[in-house]
Design a protein around this ligand. Structure first.
Ligand code: A3P
Length: 370
């Protein structure tokens, strides 16, 4: 890959300019680029290797199918494992990841409870880490969804009965995950790799989840979840990778324990002061912005490139699809309003109070609040 010093390249992708106008031909060149992770990680395998991998998935599938399934605020039925809920495909993939993912000290793991702004943070992290290396003048984020740029362990890396060889990826390797802290692959802790956690007000997170799962249900002609039903499930902790509160607290406590290894961000703060928090993120992952970069507007350029308006209007996010453990999902499903406080347009004051009271009681004494 051609490495171009940030300052001297005339087409530098992150200097302020209109990112929407950038061309789509980049997709082809990305197939050969180091930035697009997974295409490089599936070397041709012998039939025996493929059979072994299939057997690994089958044994976990069997295990998960013996766990009772429950309805939840979800697209598929949820199974409870180790104190948290996930659909069968997600749980199987999480188990394969736990057994096979070998973290490296330079890895960065981006952890979130679903609908906390994963897509946004993936874009920001990817653009920040790769700001000085690219193959031509078209930024990857103009042609690929953030979920293709940063693959999620249990929904995109370990799927389709395959166990990719991730050693081929250049460092720092970036991965996403929704796996609760207590069930992360052991090598994540052992390696001392960095974790960036993004959380979001549970009321907005819930409303976002409700819309998302109903889009998936509508697509498959499954009866939609009413808001009342969904709230009941969510409040009782029965949501994908939930209970929401346990998910957040698991990473929060680890952040308090090891702040140099676990960065804790809030969607609302990122929205209010994007520059401050993007600079924190860059420093945390060992890629701080230089004074020259700041003067050149690189920080603002990345913020603009990854903004809701820009990403949601790009061709790939309007019409593209991404293959996940639960099936193929339209990229547009990851973009709805991208606002703080949209819950007020949906929740009655009683509903909001219910979530606030649960949050207050669960987070009491933790030092965490919204
Ligand atoms: P809303 O449904 O409230 O609009 P996730 O990426 O974890 O699945 O979360 C999806 C939520 O993040 C959706 O929230 C989506 O609109 C919002 N989102 C996606 N991209 C964003 C961006 N670039 N900036 C801010 N919010 C974004």
């Amino acid at each position: 890959m051609l490495k171009v010093p940030l300052k001297s390249h005339p087409n530098n992708i992150f200097l302020p300019r209109d990112p929407i106008k950038l061309g789509q031909s980049f997709l082809l060149s990305m197939a050969h680029s180091q930035s697009y992770p997974l295409s490089k990680c599936l070397p041709s395998q012998t039939e025996e290797e493929m059979e072994n991998q299939k057997r690994t998935y089958q044994s976990f599938r069997h295990l998960v199918s013996t766990l009772p399934s429950v309805d939840g605020v979800s697209y598929l039925p949820l199974h409870c494992y180790n104190g948290w809920y996930a659909s069968l495909p997600s749980l199987v993939s999480a188990m394969v990841a736990r057994e096979h993912f070998k973290a490296q000290p330079t890895d960065v793991l981006l952890a979130t409870c679903p609908k906390s702004g994963t897509t946004w943070l993936k874009a920001l992290l990817f653009a920040t880490v790769n700001r000085s290396s690219h193959t031509n003048s078209h930024p990857p984020l103009a042609a690929l969804s953030p979920h293709q740029c940063v693959s999620t362990l249990e929904s995109a890396v370990y799927i389709n009965d395959r166990i990719p060889d991730l050693d081929a990826l250049p460092s720092p390797r970036l991965f996403g995950t929704h796996i609760p802290f207590q069930s992360l692959p052991a090598t994540v802790l052992d390696s001392g790799c960095r974790i960036v956690y993004l959380c979001r007000d549970p009321k907005d997170c819930f409303i976002s989840l409700w819309h998302y799962i109903n889009k998936l249900r509508a697509q498959d002609n499954i009866e939609l979840r009413t808001l009342d039903e969904a709230l009941e499930y969510f409040s009782n902790g029965i949501s994908p990778f939930g209970p929401y509160w346990d998910h957040v607290l698991g990473y929060w406590n680890e952040h308090l324990e090891r702040p140099q290894k676990v960065l804790f961000l809030k969607y609302e703060e990122l929205m209010q002061h994007p520059k401050v928090h993007l600079k924190r993120l860059a420093e945390f992952v060992g890629s701080p912005f230089t004074e020259d970069e700041e003067k050149e507007g690189v920080v603002e350029g990345i913020i603009r490139l990854c903004s809701f308006e820009n990403l949601s209007n790009s061709e790939v996010n309007k019409i593209g699809r991404v293959e996940l453990a639960v099936g193929t999902v339209e990229n547009s499903f990851f973009f709805r309003r991208g606002e703080v406080g949209d819950w007020a347009n949906h929740l009655t004051p009683e509903m909001a109070r219910r979530l606030e009271e649960i949050t207050e009681s669960k987070f009491r004494g933790s030092g965490l609040s919204f």
